[in-house]
Design a binder for this molecule. Sequence first.
Ligand code: NAI
Length: 517
Amino acid sequence: MAALAKGSVVAVIGSGAMGSGIAQVAAASGYTVKLFDTRAEAVDKAIADIGKVYGKLVEKGRMSGADADAARSRLHGVAGLAEVADARLVVEAIVENLDVKRSLFAELEAIVGDDAILATNTSSISVTAIAAKLRKPQRLVGMHFFNPVPLMALVEVISGLATDAAVAGTVYDTSIAWGKNPVHAKSTPGFIVNRVARPYYAEGWRLLNEQASDAATIDAVMREGGGFRMGPFELMDLIGHDVNYSVTESVFRAYYNDPRFTPSVMQLEMVNAGFLGRKSGRGFYDYGEGAVAPQPCSEAPQPLPEYIGYSFEPGDHTAIATMLIERLKARGISVTKRNSAEGHRSSEAPAFHCNGAAIYLTDGRSATRRARDDKHDDMVVYDLVFDFNASPRIAIACSDQCNPRAMDSAIGMFQAAGFTVTRLDDVPGLAVMRTVAMLANEAADAVNQGVCSAQAADVAMQKGVNYPRGPLAWADMVGVKHIVTVLENLASSYGEDRYRVSPLLRRREQSGARIHA
Ligand code: NAI
């Protein structure tokens, strides 16, 4: 398969936020673009705006003046669909409505040549359904860009049931020629990103609902601990709670009320209140002039414990705890290997010890449950972070019966390692761990159901929503076995089918293999 040749005519139908971005990118990549919209003024505005963007790129030295002029000259507004007859590729970015999209494509089919490719930028409608009434449904494919198109590299190339593989291949290669990072996916509700990303919001809502902490604190943990560019609440404020809620609800309905996708009643209340986020001036945060941003909760400094012990063999199978030892040692803190006969040691997992506290990476049990299971009251659990060598913040929780002195020692240990410590209420799986486990679980299900490859799932989440690491690569890093344990413990803590383990994760756990080869 090869990309459409440079200079080929690409028609973009709909010149709103997405259509104008697509036109900008295609023209800058050497393609002749014909832009159409039922509102002629929208076409004029888009062309003027794109011209200004090219101008700014020239000012910043990211595009030469000659290239900008050439790109501008390749961009044409057209007044009627008849003028796109010579298009080799038509990308539709009009209103999100099945009937309107179907009738547009039916009209286009009678205008363009037989070998022209028809692509839809739909984010939520079945590509199979859009194609169903066409004379040649095999030439229709999804070409799903992300907003803002010029900045987001991902294109999901979506094949409906009838889509010809060669058509999807040409669109894939053409996306590369446009400087994009495409992935193949099957037409299923939410495709890859809008499905796999659901737990990022949903687990945030659940943490808030269970009063793990406030929104600003959970956001800070996900950002500074998890390495995500934005926490779930600030991100939903940006997306708009009305939009985010309706995507969640449509994915939930599309999967016949699968509890994994259950929307949040708290979010519905935000929508009911008109607290839609940035666009309404208020969401979780206040965007009014002079509003003061709430500060995340962080623990006050605690002294360095006189003694920090650990009871495991440092190495690959205890990679996370080993990195913590290294982080402490790099700051001149002495950490002592404990004799296995010494004190509390009922669990196989790597533990740290100071002042009676047993400190474990969360395995999806609350600290209180673990204290009971291990018959050790002073239990502290710590969250996953993006990089145990460098992440600036970590969340921890302690058992209800934990002695405050033991808790403070654990806080002191993490502070000595250079973390800002946030204490969450004792919710199972803490914040980053349960979110990453659920993201990996959803990605694994998409792979298991043939929606996309593991590679595509990870690329999609990194390039479409800027995740710091693909969820499946992250599961491999933590260890699939541990991720499965986290999910099982969440399932037994909540008694909900929502946390059921994907058959693919289960199989990898059983074989001991990684998800990525
Ligand atoms: P928009 O509302 O900014 O632009 C849509 C444009 O289509 C408007 O200018 C409208 O006049 C025009 N239009 C409506 N019906 C038309 C027709 N029959 N023929 C020609 N033009 C028509 O919408 P936006 O955000 O650009 O979205 C467009 C499509 O892209 C939708 O299918 C949406 O689901 C999808 N999408 C949107 C994303 C986003 O973040 N906004 C992300 C990915 C996909």
